[in-house]
Structures are given as structure tokens and as C-alpha cells.
Design a protein around this ligand. Structure first.
Ligand SMILES: Nc1nc2c(ncn2[C@@H]2O[C@H](COP(=O)(O)OP(=O)(O)OP(=O)(O)O)[C@@H](O)[C@H]2O)c(=O)[nH]1
Ligand SMILES: [Mg+2]
Length: 662
């Protein structure tokens, strides 16, 4: 039912209702529009009690509030926390004793030991309870990219306004894995990229252009799998407008929420495409409801979010969606401009080393025009001459204008994704050659970073990783490093781009490492050497297969946990039979239970002298399943026959639990 309807029933205003509900335990959000019927009925039934509880609580809170204002609220201390943090490290950040943090976690129903990681949301709640403001840490990569985008911003701002001309809008497509981003772009462009993707999931950024009603639009496709946060935020940073794809049969999922955060922080206007409306279990209203709960009420409900229902599969609603995008782009028209008559500036969106062509980079031109033959730099480093350029279909082009994505061939070294590429007029480049050579070495085979190495006395799984493109390599490494466990971790001893060579095998052999390839192949010689040197070599096409297998390997390294549950104890009063592996004894249960088929420790002078099983149990010559404290019974013990009168038998069960990661 609608919240307004409920408020009417209760004879109060909607505002009052939304004010009261969270205080009395119905946390539906202060801007909720709908409420499920069951909760609604419950509220109506209990209304008089709820109202009383609310009045009591607010009356109690008031004097405290005034006191606090008089005493002036203490300054809230801020701490930055990454997406996961170990309890120990979190306590250190808060400068609080670990025990205090663990106690606070327990109060909130989280049992975590000092080495266990907690996620950002948990840390944020606990931190707040302890009087801190917890903010998300944007890692080093993001900081470097912010610096890069500041440079870009400056380069784009410098431009003389009068020379700016409209350019095609750049539209980034984001959303949860499998919600239909690539399919949507396929339908728009009448292509079939989805069919060519490994496992049907996008694993790198794609950039395409299409014409709608005579207007050019540039699209950036991003992967929705959780491993690719960095790529999603890069895609957003290069764009003017965002399409958030939400499948109508699945509604808002974790990467939908993450995408919303990224879109907001990039300050992009957004159009929501509610996709897969052709499916029988599609529920577009649920999507709208979930959006409303996130403060993104759709326009038709009085909110501001533009929602367009579509089916990428059947092609319905696509024209409406494109129409909306162009409308939204029009509202930004002043910013969607560039000066085509100047040396080019652009952002590298993908980069790889091709066997025949050497380093290849896809760059999105953001200002100026890039020509064949241009000399280019990244930062202060000279990167070479543009020998050839290809558009997104693979056709040769001799120039690339603003908003156009192009592949550049001719670079001397692999560029990093997110780098800003600039054309230079500087012909005195001899002095710079050495610096790019240095960079080339660094990119082709960078040393493992400290944080990737094994920590403390954890067991490490050594890996050498090769991938086709840099974006994938980064995504793989960050996913593997996130497989965090106090006892085991991955240790990446080397990583690089391109096919697997003998050198890679050698490196893996000397480092005692497994060799992993992603979208690359081993050379024949490398394959043979791997066989001879007994280096395990595996090639993957789908990132989550890779992550799952490494995770399984790590889990296999963990010693299983044995959980012992004590059942009871018996005092031995008589020994009746003693054979090779069997004894029959009599005694009295002194504590708990004696249970048939349980494990038995024979204890003498506080030492366990033998272990066996309780095979049969008799009371008054009748077979029974258990005997309780105070009862006497006869026991058939299977195990080393060492039991003597006066010994204690301890009965227990043991469950072996395989440990899991994450
Ligand atoms: N029935 C139906 N299926 C769809 C629709 N759109 C996409 N699909 C299917 O949903 C699956 C996922 O589509 P993709 O386009 O690969 O999804 P994606 O969002 O690009 O996925 P990632 O790139 O891996 O995040 C494919 O099997 C599509 O055929 C739709 O409108 N209706
Ligand atoms: Mg995709």
C-alpha cells in the first residue's frame, strides 16, 4: 500500500508517519513511498501501542538533546576505511583497544576475531557507535586517477570558449552483472558482441559509436561483475550521461547500488533503463519501488529519476531510451563541447600488447583531433608516434575527432588504463626516449607490490599472472588479493601483459609458483618447458572461473577445523572382557551421557591413554542407545585394550569442518 494511504487510515500526515515509524522499529526510510501490505496491517493493528512508545521515547530523548546543545557536541573524529578491514587494523585506526572493538561488534551480533576482516558497512556502523565518522577509502589507484582527471580537467578548461563546438555525448552504460548492458548496445547498434564474449560476461571496457536520428552518440560499455569496480568508475569519469540498466526480473542488486554511487560521485545525469520487461517474471514496479527506497523516486511518482522500460532482446522501448538520452544530453549541451582544431587530448580506456602490432591502446578523444603521424606523450613521457588508427569496427581512420574512441598502433610501451594521452609538438624527443624505455620495463613486468606479498606467517599460494589487457590484469589481481583469510593468501610474484613465454615459466619455476593466463596462450616452447619443469599452467577465459579456482586452491591449503563436543563421562568400576581390539567394561555415568557410537577417550591421572569408540551399550543386560548421569551400564569399547578399573571414559563427538574463504 502507499504510505499516504496508511497515514490517512491512521489519521495523521505522511510526514508524521515517516517520522514516527523509524523510532518504533519500522525502518522503512524517511522518504518511502510504498510499504508492503503485511507491514502496513501490522502497523494499523499495533498503532496505539506504537504511538505510546514513540511519545515515551521522544520525551526521554528531549532533555538529553538540550543538554548536548548546551555542552556543544564533541567534534566527530573521522577515519578512512577500505572496503574490508581486519578487526585488528580497524582498532588501530580508531586508536582503541581491540577488546573494545570486538565487544562493540558482539553487541551488534557480529562475532569476529582480531584477524577477521569486516566489511565497510559493518565498520561504519561500529565506528559510529564508538563516536567516529567512517568514510570510504578510495585506494591509491583512485587517487592517481583523480590526479589524472584533474590534469584532464585543466586541459579541457583551458580551452578558449569561442572555439568550442558541440561534440557527440559520451554515454556510459552501467549496472549489475547480466542485467543486459551489452545486449542493449548490441540492439542499438544491431551487432552481436554478447555472443563473442567468454561466458557472456563483459571483462573489459568497450567503446562504440552509433547514429540516432542523425545525431552521433558514443557509448561506453562497462562490466557488471563485482571484480571490475575500477573499470566502472573509469567509464563514468569519461562520460557525460549514464544509463543505469536494471533487469526488471532482478531489480536492484549490489553492483546497481555501486554504479549509482559512482554515477553520483562523477556528477553524471542518469537515465534508468528497466530492462527485460519481456520476461514473464518482470516486475518494473518493484524496480521503481526499490529506486524510491534509495531516494531515487521515478518521475511518474513525483520524483526526479527518468525511467524507461525496455526489452533489449525484443527491441522495445529503445527509441524512447535514445530519445531520453539525447534530451538529457541537451540539458548539458554547454559542457558537451570541444575544440576540434587543436592537438588531441584523450583518456586511455583500454590497453594491451598485440603480437603483431605491439602495444595497442584504445583512447577516447576528449578535445582536439588526433591525426595519423601525431607524436604523443603520457604525463612527461614520450610514448611514440601514431602509426595507424582504427575505429571501433576495426576500419582504418586517419583522424579521430572529439568523443571518438580509437585504437592507436605505434606506441612504444603499453599505456596504463586511465592515463591521459596528449599530442606534443616537441620534436626534441631524444632526451625522453630513455624515460619511456624505463616505463616500458615497468609496465611489462612490474615488481610485486608490497601489499600483495604474504603477510605475517600466513601460508602463501605463489602465482605468476599474465593477461591480455591491463584492465583485466588489475581486476584479477584486486579480486585475488581480496581473497583474504588469516591463514592463507595469494602471493603474486610476477605479472604482465601478453602471451606466456619460457621466461614466465622460468620465473614460476624458481618462485615455486603456479602460472595463470587470462585470455592469453602459452608459446609451444613455454608449454613444453612447463611440462618438464612441472610448473602448473592454467589458462582462463572467464574471470570468475579463475577466481573460484584460486579460491578453491587456497581453501584446500587450510587445515580443516575439528569441532569436539563433549557428551559425558563414566567411571570404570569393572573390567569383564579384554581382547585384541575390544574390551567390555562396566561403570557409572558421572556426568552427561554415554551415547552409543560416540568417541571415547580413556583418561587416567588426567592423561588420555587411548582413544576408541563406544560400540555397544547395555543396562541390565538390555541394549540401549544411551545412559545418563547416575546410571550404571556395560560398555563394549573398540580400541587399544588398556582400560583399568578407576579410569575415566570421556564420551564426545567430533565434526570435521572444512574452512572456507569469504
Ligand atoms: N529476456 C531477455 N533477456 C535479455 C534481455 N537483455 C539481455 N538479456 C539476456 O541477459 C543475458 C545477459 O545480457 P548481457 O547483455 O550480456 O548482460 P551485461 O549486463 O552486459 O552483463 P555483464 O557485462 O557481464 O555485466 C544475456 O543472455 C542476454 O541475452 C531482455 O531484454 N530480455
Ligand atoms: Mg556486458
Amino acid at each position: 500500500m502507499n504510505v499516504t494511504e496508511l497515514a490517512r487510515k491512521l489519521k495523521i500526515t505522511t510526514k508524521e508517519l515517516l517520522e514516527i515509524l523509524p523510532v518504533v522499529g519500522f525502518d522503512i526510510g524517511r522518504r518511502a513511498i510504498k510499504i508492503d501490505d503485511r507491514t502496513g496491517r501490522k502497523i494499523v493493528e499495533q498503532w496505539s501501542q506504537l504511538l505510546a512508545a514513540y511519545q515515551e521515547k521522544t520525551a526521554a530523548a528531549k532533555p538529553a538533546e538540550t543538554e548536548a546543545t548546551v555542552a556543544e557536541a564533541p567534534a566527530v573524529k573521522q577515519v578512512t576505511v577500505p572496503s574490508t578491514i581486519r578487526v585488528k587494523d580497524f582498532a588501530e585506526k580508531l586508536k582503541l583497544p581491540i577488546s573494545k572493538v570486538i565487544a562493540e561488534l558482539m553487541k551488534n551480533g557480529v562475532l569476529a576475531s582480531l584477524n577477521e576482516p569486516i566489511d565497510f558497512d559493518t565498520a561504519s556502523i561500529i565506528g559510529q557507535d564508538l563516536g567516529f565518522e567512517v568514510v570510504a577509502d578510495t585506494h591509491e589507484q583512485a587517487r592517481a586517477e583523480t590526479a589524472a582527471s584533474a590534469t584532464l580537467e585543466r586541459l579541457l578548461q583551458e580551452e578558449d570558449q569561442t572555439k568550442r563546438k558541440p561534440r557527440p555525448p559520451v554515454v556510459v552504460v552501467m549496472g549489475h552483472v547480466d542485467h543486459g548492458k551489452t545486449k542493449l548496445l548490441d540492439t542499438i547498434r544491431k551487432t552481436n558482441v554478447v555472443a563473442q564474449e567468454s561466458g557472456g560476461i563483459t571483462q573489459h571496457i568497450g567503446a562504440y559509436q552509433t547514429v540516432h536520428k542523425g545525431k552521433m552518440i558514443t557509448f561506453i560499455d562497462t562490466p557488471g561483475h563485482e571484480a571490475f569496480t575500477t573499470m566502472r568508475s573509469r567509464g563514468a569519469r569519461a562520460a557525460d550521461v549514464a544509463i543505469l540498466v536494471i533487469a526488471a526480473d532482478d531489480s536492484i542488486q549490489p553492483q546497481t547500488k555501486e554504479s549509482i554511487k559512482i554515477i553520483n560521485s562523477a556528477g553524471l545525469p542518469m537515465v534508468v533503463a528497466i530492462n527485460k520487461i519481456d520476461k514473464p517474471d518482470a516486475n518494473p514496479d518493484r524496480v521503481k519501488q526499490d529506486l524510491a527506497a534509495l531516494n531515487l523516486a521515478p518521475e511518474e511518482w513525483g520524483g526526479k529519476t527518468i525511467c524507461v522500460p525496455i526489452s533489449a532482446k525484443q527491441g522495445t522501448g529503445i527509441d524512447d531510451l535514445l530519445e531520453m538520452i539525447l534530451l538529457v544530453a541537451d540539458t548539458q549541451a554547454e559542457q558537451i563541447t570541444a575544440n576540434p582544431d587543436r592537438p588531441a587530448v584523450g583518456t586511455i580506456v583500454e590497453s594491451h600488447i598485440s603480437k603483431g602490432e605491439g602495444p595497442v591502446a584504445t583512447v577516447l578523444i576528449q578535445n582536439g583531433t588526433l591525426h595519423r603521424g601525431d607524436l604523443v606523450t603520457i604525463g612527461d613521457t614520450f610514448y611514440g608516434k601514431v602509426r595507424a588508427m582504427k575505429d571501433f569496427i576495426g576500419g582504418d581512420v586517419s583522424e579521430a575527432t572529439p568523443s571518438m574512441p580509437v585504437k592507436i598502433i605505434g606506441l612504444k610501451a603499453a599505456a596504463s588504463v586511465g592515463d591521459i594521452l596528449q599530442v606534443t609538438a616537441d620534436v626534441d624527443r631524444k632526451s625522453r626516449v630513455s624515460s619511456y624505455q624505463l616505463k616500458e620495463q615497468a609496465t611489462a613486468y612490474s615488481k610485486p607490490r608490497e601489499e600483495i606479498g604474504p603477510q605475517e606467517n600466513r601460508q602463501a599460494l605463489n602465482l605468476v599472472i599474465k593477461a591480455d589487457v591491463l584492465g583485466s590484469l588489475e581486476a584479477i589481481i584486486s579480486s585475488l588479493v581480496a581473497l583474504d583469510h588469516p591463514e592463507v593468501s595469494v602471493n603474486i610474484i610476477a605479472k604482465g601483459l601478453g602471451n606466456i613465454t619460457e621466461g614466465d615459466v622460468q620465473r614460476a619455476a624458481t618462485g615455486g609458483a603456479q602460472l595463470i593466463g587470462f585470455h592469453v596462450k602459452p608459446t609451444q616452447a613455454a608449454e613444453q618447458l612447463a611440462r618438464e619443469a612441472k610448473v602448473e599452467l592454467k589458462i582462463y577465459q572467464v574471470i570468475y572461473h579463475l577466481i573460484e579456482e584460486v579460491k578453491a586452491k587456497l581453501e584446500a591449503m587450510l587445515k580443516p577445523e575439528v569441532i569436539r563436543t563433549e557428551l559425558g563421562m563414566l567411571k570404570v568400576l569393572a573390567v569383564f572382557v579384554k581382547e585384541k581390539d575390544v574390551m567390555v567394561v562396566g561403570g557409572a555415568v558421572t556426568r552427561g551421557l554415554a551415547v552409543i557410537r560416540s568417541k571415547v577417550d580413556v583418561v587416567r591421572a588426567k592423561q588420555t591413554v587411548a582413544t576408541g569408540t563406544l560400540a555397544q551399550l547395555q543396562m541390565n543386560k538390555i541394549a540401549v542407545n544411551e545412559a545418563t548421569a547416575g546410571q550404571e551400564c556395560g560398555i563394549r569399547f573398540e580400541g587399544k585394550p588398556v582400560i583399568q578399573v578407576g579410569d575415566s571414559l570421556v564420551f564426545y563427538t567430533e565434526v570435521v569442518k572444512e574452512k572456507k574463504i569469504g
